[in-house]
Design a protein around this ligand. Structure first.
Ligand SMILES: Nc1nc2c(c(=O)[nH]1)N[C@H]1C(S)=C(S)[C@@H](COP(=O)(O)O)O[C@H]1N2
Ligand SMILES: [Mo]
Length: 245
């Protein structure tokens, strides 16, 4: 079967299964075709599987909405307190010249990037909405490097299935699958609304995944690891791993 007819068939199958005999059948179908999110064995169970599977089938390749400059929020909300750790303040005082993004795991050439090196790569800006699961949101222009360019620079191996990203704030770690990792709107950002990314919003470096809820856009990232599976917990604070919007 060709890819697109397989997709059509799967989509019809999932819809029929959901309608006819409930989501358990759809979940089994999804499992057979590798559409089960890695955290499905939890309280969300088959419901989350169906959401993930149908969203993957229906929205793969689709884009998060982009806005115009006039729609940028006047007062974006920086969630959380400013970082107080001595090490962070020291790095900040040095203009973050010592900040590093290391990239390891299932890559051909593990590497470490400075901010200057990332800024020398082709830049992309997008005006998208950051939506928190708690109900608030704002629109901003985000500037950075397309994650797939960073991955191309280190060469991802064929077994790669997820990209895990780690924050300077150790408990903030999350990951995306390859569909989102290679998506053209998934950025590693260092700029916001025309200036440097403020530390309140995750500066100097942040993951920006506009097709998912705000908590997947982890701030203060310093490490990417390419994996073939997921070491849970991949959830932040008990939130679902897949947070498509
Ligand atoms: N390192 C880190 N990343 C984080 C968070 C955080 O507290 N620490 N909060 C998350 C949540 S829940 C949301 S909604 C957004 C908020 O982004 P903002 O501070 O730019 O509004 O960042 C996400 N990334
Ligand atoms: Mo959030």
């Amino acid at each position: 079967m060709s890819n697109s007819s397989r997709r059509k068939w799967l989509r019809a199958g999932l819809g029929a299964a959901a309608g006819a005999s409930g989501i358990a059948v759809a979940a089994r179908l999804a499992e057979r075709y590798g559409l089960v999110p890695p955290d499905a064995g939890n309280i969300y169970g088959p419901g989350a599987t169906l959401t993930y599977a149908t969203q993957r089938l229906l929205t793969d390749g689709t884009m998060a909405r982009e806005f115009t400059r006039s729609q940028i929020s006047a007062r974006p909300f920086a969630n959380g307190k400013p970082l107080q750790e001595a090490e962070f303040l020291r790095l900040q005082e040095g203009g973050f010249s010592e900040w590093r993004l290391s990239v390891d795991g299932l890559v051909a050439r593990p590497a470490t990037f400075t901010l200057a090196e990332l800024k020398s790569m082709p830049a992309r800006s997008q005006i998208t909405q950051l939506a928190c699961e708690e109900g608030w949101s704002f629109i901003a222009e985000w500037t950075g490097v397309v994650l797939s360019d960073v991955l191309a620079a280190v060469g991802i191996l064929p077994q790669a299935r997820f990209v895990t990203y780690q924050s300077f704030q150790k408990r903030w770690r999350n990951s995306v699958d390859m569909a989102d990792a290679l998506h053209p709107q998934t950025l590693v950002i260092y700029g916001m609304n025309g200036g440097d990314l403020p530390t309140g919003h995750g500066g100097p470096l942040r993951m920006r995944v506009p097709r998912q809820l705000g908590y997947k856009s982890v701030k203060y990232i310093n490490r990417l690891t390419v994996t073939d599976g997921l070491q849970l917990p991949a959830r932040a604070r008990g939130y679902a791993w897949y947070a498509g919007i």
